[in-house]
Design a protein around this ligand. Structure first.
Ligand code: FAD
Length: 452
């Protein structure tokens, strides 16, 4: 009999909530990862850097587990079908995993849970990818917050409580306490690692076996210096400097622990902590209001008559709008799979407000390109820019790309890096006049909101 631990977006052995719980039962734990063809088949490119990254991390985990005398079972297929096979191959007593909040992932888990229950196999899942989930931080009446600032205040107060509990609980520190799902470090220690199922070595499919190839984009480091976090509030807004952590990809796939980073942030820099709270906030919003995945959080905004000009959309994608900060951002994205947050805000605002193109088009383009793509945060960022979201900038606040450039890239270092022809005759004229676009946007939004 084995207990299977199913890795999904928590690709690490340390400080992994569900894995720790599984090992703690003392029963042999067999780790598993499934390359999910229902997701992979939909990807537009065979050279997807995210698939390459996951594959690299799976190889690492496989190596770490084999060094512990165990292995990582790796399958490639539709998860429900894979589970049917696994139940035939193994005598599975229980399956442990971590919560996943995306609507499609929740459907998948519900189907697997049903299959397992027909087989009398326990299915247990734990909070791991956020600090506080769905209804852990709510208004006094128990309703979820939909405005960030009061949410973040309540979130911080709750974090403070948890950190004090940890400080005061000796059992939590040496790994004996069960009450703190918040703080799992320093375990699982060696004692827990003894509980991995000792089995023969297994093979894992190569990237090519699955029909993928490397994208040739370097991945950001999982380490970030204390200095960077300490200075974060002063450096984060300038796209020309390395002033942000670039940890997004690692949070996305759980190759680092959010608990560990939040604890550090709480000591080192409140502004950095605030960004981690935004991440929890958008995950919480998606979990409580799943309609945001398809529609505007505020219904009225679905009345907007988007222009959706395809030629303009293509110019935006390619970074050829004639607005240097927009073009630099899009080219950075196309080349590296990354775009600085300030520039994400400017490019998203430009697409939705200057060009009046549906935020869902931009969202889908970012989803295809971003290494750190995360449904909840990407959707939250786009709806914020379009003005249709929870905590949105009012629609009449329209970023002026010229003044954003003057404020955040005064010396044009970022622009020159990505748009070397800027200032020459090869650089295109602006695709749209700022003043005209601003007025057109205000009129279009007003008409929609009056109707709604
Ligand atoms: P840092 O500035 O170092 O921040 C640290 C971490 O905090 C990030 O890695 C991220 O996990 C979290 N974070 C920071 N800002 C936000 C935010 N506004 N919302 C939610 N989490 C945040 N973030 C994603 O992780 N995935 C996305 O797909 C994504 N799409 C976005 C789309 C738009 C239109 C906008 C405006 C923002 C988007 N963001 C997204 C948020 C933010 O831009 C990125 O998290 C950040 O730029 C990633 O770089 P970093 O790791 O250096 O972040």
């Amino acid at each position: 009999q084995v207990t299977i631990f199913w890795f999904r977006r928590d690709l690490r052995l340390e400080d992994n909530a569900g894995l720790y719980r599984a090992l703690k039962t003392g029963r042999p734990v067999l780790p598993l990862f499934i390359f999910d063809t229902t997701i992979l088949d939909k990807l537009p490119s065979r050279a997807d850097a995210r698939v390459e990254f996951i594959h690299q991390e799976i190889e690492r985990l496989h190596g770490e587990l084999e060094a512990l005398g165990s292995t990582l079972l790796v399958r490639h297929g539709n998860p429900l079908e894979v589970w049917k096979e696994l139940l035939r191959e193994w005598d599975v007593q229980a399956v442990y995993t971590n919560h996943d909040y995306e609507p499609s992932a929740k459907d998948r888990d519900a189907a697997v849970a049903e299959l397992l229950s027909e087989n009398d196999t326990e299915f247990r899942t734990y909070k791991d990818q956020v600090i506080f989930e769905k209804l852990e931080v709510t208004k006094a009446d128990g309703d979820p917050y939909v405005v960030f600032t009061p949410y973040s205040r309540a979130w911080k107060a709750k974090l403070e409580e948890k950190l004090v509990e940890v400080e005061e609980d000796p059992d939590a520190k040496n790994g004996q306490s069960d009450k703190l799902s918040f703080y799992l470090k320093p375990y699982p220690n060696e004692r827990y690692f003894d509980h991995f199922h000792q089995t023969g070595s297994t093979e894992i499919p190569s990237l090519a076996d699955m029909g993928f190839e490397p994208a040739g984009i370097p991945f950001p480091d999982r380490e970030v210096s204390r200095e960077l976090i300490r200075n974060y509030d002063r450096t984060r807004d300038y796209p020309a400097i390395e002033g942000t952590s670039r940890l997004g990809l690692h949070f996305r796939f759980g190759t680092i622990s959010i608990r560990e980073k939040a604890r550090r942030a709480a000591k080192l820099n409140g502004t950095f902590l605030n960004e981690l709270i935004w991440r929890d906030f958008y995950a919480m919003i998606m979990d409580n209001f799943p309609h945001v995945v398809e529609r505007s959080f505020r219904e009225k905004y679905d009345q907007i008559e988007w222009r959706n000009n395809e030629q303009e959309f293509r110019a935006w994608c390619a970074g050829e709008t004639g607005y240097p900060i927009v073009d630099a951002g899009m080219r950075e994205l196309n080349t590296t799979g990354y775009m600085h947050n300030r520039v994400r805000m400017v490019t998203a605002s430009f697409l939705t407000k200057h060009l009046l193109i549906d935020w869902r088009w931009g969202e889908a383009y970012f989803a295809e390109k971003l290494l750190d793509y995360e449904l909840a945060s990407n959707n939250g960022g786009w709806q914020w820019a379009a003005g249709s979201g929870t905590d949105a900038a009012p629609y009449f606040r329209i970023f002026n790309p010229e003044s954003q450039l003057k404020k955040f890239d005064k010396e044009l270092r970022y622009v020159k890096e990505w748009v070397p022809e800027y200032g020459t005759k090869d650089y295109p004229a602006p695709i749209v006049d700022h003043k005209m676009a601003r007025e057109r946007c205000l009129a279009t939004y007003k008409a929609a909101l009056d109707r709604g």
